[in-house]
Design a protein around this ligand. Structure first.
Ligand code: SF4
Ligand code: SF4
Length: 81
């Protein structure tokens, strides 16, 4: 588990190294660790909470946990009011 304001929980036990989460992330928060054949989560504070990575992982290895109290998230919601 990586802790910042937002969290992305990753359970490597079930990961099959399909790279779908890596391909789904459009802002480079998910890198690819070629040695471990696992996703490598960086700059989690930049995550846009689109849940694409969580959605595409058929093994249930990823859980995106937004910090709903964060100012930036409220700014995102403001755009849709
Ligand atoms: S989508 Fe899931 S199984 Fe595939 S590489 Fe990512 S975490 Fe592993
Ligand atoms: S929730 Fe979206 S932006 Fe965040 S790591 Fe997953 S794919 Fe990338």
């Amino acid at each position: 588990m990586i802790d910042t304001k937002h969290q992305i929980r990753f359970d490597p036990a079930e990961c099959v190294g399909c790279k779908l989460c890596y391909k789904a992330c459009f802002i480079d928060v998910i890198r690819w660790d070629e040695e471990k054949k696992h996703p490598d989560f960086r700059y989690v504070e930049d995550c846009e909470r689109c849940f694409y990575c969580e959605s595409v992982c058929k093994k249930g290895c990823i859980e995106v946990v937004p910090d709903y109290g964060s100012e930036r998230l409220h700014q995102t919601f403001e755009r849709y009011r």
